[in-house]
Design a protein around this ligand. Structure first.
Ligand code: BTN
Length: 261
């Protein structure tokens, strides 16, 4: 059975924490179709069919991660900044809770420096929508590597990191309070969503640019329609990445960014 927690955030006051599920994103999308309210949060200790960006799977060992999704019923105009806002909230919460210097790779991979100084992924975020413009629901899910139980899959082993390693905690998941971290993330998320809903988009973008290390870098962007290389020069007002490729600037809404240097 799940347990309900009392939260710091008012908007995200209804938190269900369950032992195991296929995917918290999938569950909340289904709940949204059944009329579940804005602000619902679902957390689990393990997903058996976790979803990642670009149709990939998101794997975890039981108890090794903080895995959660939030349900929002937004104005359609605000949706394009949602993935960035969650990234910002997670970076701020990680910095405050663990003094780890987390940063963002556009759009919302949370990175920290590994022991060899390379950029490693600490957390990933996936936003999915259901319904129509007049009845829109958006679910934003986040998976944070807290303390790996087994080594991550070989294909990501040299690109992933857990919070235990990032903070050099020695006794793993027990020493990192996942509920407290979640509380801080939700409080920051509520803060930035309120900003978005009250005309503060420019403030959000300024805070996002401060945390996002993609801007200014030479990158390769794998988009759903092809690959582009160039210099990431800005984040536009809709949260798209602006790339200068041989003097031509274009905005991209989706893709996997690879920092080249
Ligand atoms: C990525 O590919 O970087 C995004 C990963 C998002 C994983 C989280 S875990 C909680 C939520 N439920 C899912 O099925 N996916 C997201």
């Amino acid at each position: 059975m799940g347990r309900s927690l009392k939260a710091k955030s008012q908007r995200f006051s209804e938190i269900q924490w369950i032992e195991e599920t296929g995917s918290t994103n999938r569950d909340l999308l289904e709940a949204a179709r059944q009329g579940q309210r804005d602000g619902s949060v679902l957390v689990t200790n393990h997903q058996t069919a976790g979803r990642g960006r670009q149709g990939r799977a998101w794997h975890d060992d039981p108890g090794s991660s903080l895995l959660f999704s939030v349900l929002l019923r937004p104005e359609p105009d605000h949706v394009s900044l949602f993935p960035l806002v969650m990234g910002l909230a997670v970076v701020e919460a990680v910095r405050v809770s663990s003094s780890v210097d987390a940063v963002l790779k556009w759009p919302n991979d949370v990175l920290v420096a590994g022991p060899d100084g390379t950029e490693r992924k600490l957390a990933g975020i996936l936003a999915e929508a259901t319904g129509s413009a007049s009845d829109l629901a958006v679910v934003i899910g986040c998976g944070i590597n807290v303390a790996f139980v087994t080594s991550p899959p070989i294909e990501v082993a040299d690109r992933a990191i857990d919070l235990a390693a990032a903070t050099e905690a020695t006794d793993g998941v027990e020493s990192i309070d996942r509920a407290a971290l979640l509380d801080t993330i939700l409080a920051r998320l509520e803060y930035w969503l309120t900003a978005l809903e009250t005309g503060g988009a420019a403030r959000i973008l300024a805070a996002y640019r401060d945390c996002c290390i993609t801007v200014g870098r030479n990158i390769r962007l794998e988009t759903p329609t092809g690959v582009v290389e160039g210099t990431a020069v800005d984040i536009d007002p809709n949260g798209a990445l602006v790339i200068d490729s041989n003097g031509t600037r274009r905005s991209y809404f989706a893709g996997d960014a690879h920092h080249l240097v």
